[in-house]
Design a protein around this ligand. Structure first.
Ligand code: ZN
Length: 305
């Protein structure tokens, strides 16, 4: 039986796993992300090691940064120094002689959720990750929307506050300055007015649950802004579901439910009354599943979702 080895390359860790051709994840693990110029060798060594136990016939890569999927090139990454411009697909193929597919991590995670996860069988969905910024990917009629140069779906850089906070993209008032996890943490720190160390989205969510007044205030603003952004998405794209991932959504808590309640107030009634926002079901493995899906597709071992 042939197997597919998949890597999910992030700024801190590289997760990896081996799948069978039916998409069952057989083994998985992770390793620290090395410096950019070491990445191809580290991946090659891992493939060689896995070849002792598996017959590897394809490699799928889900990577942070902007990716040219056709050429397997990392166009831009601000997470890993020196990674921008790397012809990762070509370099890894030259070392392994195994076909390599490369795709952006948010798009991969979205495909994973379409193939085996929270929106399996759905044709229209939007996938969002809340973190330092907001990553997003759009699926319409069962296909990822790429746009003319692969850059469609930058929901984080749509303006929701005219003349608002300055954003890394050069504009003011972008959604990710108000509704990313880092914006949530920043707002909490500003509202607290004193130096707060070691605070994360998850710890603020715990304070919300405990009824902490500052955390609750910041949380209400956060729900307001993210719902405003998502209402725009719903009115524009009419997705069946919107999956929201990222550490802040993983713990127990009312976040997704509160967003759904707010959306019911903002979205036009004609769009229906069902909960649109749902949690990821593959969690941190979604990128690996998507990478496997693309690798299988590239080899014509799997028809489209
Ligand atoms: Zn922006």
């Amino acid at each position: 039986m042939s197997h597919i080895v998949c890597f999910d390359i992030g700024g801190t860790f590289i997760k990896y796993g081996v799948f069978d051709p039916k998409g069952n994840l057989l083994v998985k693990s992770k390793m620290a992300t090395p410096t950019s110029h070491e990445i191809p060798d580290v991946l090659n060594n891992k493939v060689k090691l896995l070849q002792q136990d598996f017959h590897i016939s394809a490699i799928g890569i889900s990577s942070c940064g902007l990716v040219d999927r056709e050429k397997g090139v990392i166009l831009f990454s601000n997470n890993i120094k020196g990674y921008s411009g790397m012809k990762l697909g070509e370099i890894l193929f030259s070392k392994t002689q195994i076909p390599v597919s490369v795709e952006n991590d948010v798009k991969s995670a979205c495909l994973g959720e379409m193939w085996q996860g929270a929106v399996k069988g759905k044709r229209n969905a939007v996938f969002l990750t809340l973190g330092t910024g907001i990553g997003s990917s759009i699926v319409m009629d069962g296909r990822i929307v790429n746009g003319s140069s692969g850059l469609a779906g930058e929901l984080g850089h749509t303006v929701i506050v005219a003349g608002g906070k300055p954003c890394s993209c050069g504009r003011k008032g972008c959604l990710e300055r108000y509704a990313s996890t880092s914006a949530f943490v920043q707002d909490y720190k500003e509202q607290k007015g004193v130096a707060v160390e070691d605070v994360s989205g998850e710890t603020i969510m715990k304070l919300v649950k405990q009824g902490d007044p500052v955390a609750l205030l910041v949380y209400e603003q956060f729900i307001h802004y993210i719902s405003m952004g998502l209402t725009n998405v719903i009115h524009l794209l009419n997705p069946e579901k919107i999956i929201i991932g990222g550490g802040i959504t993983e713990g127990e808590g009312p976040l997704l439910q509160d967003i759904n309640i707010q959306l019911r107030k903002e979205v036009m009634d004609v769009y229906g009354n069902e909960d649109t926002v749902i949690a990821s079901s593959l969690g941190n493995d979604a990128g690996l599943y998507g990478a496997c899906y693309l690798a299988l597709n590239r080899m014509n071992m799997k028809e489209s979702v």
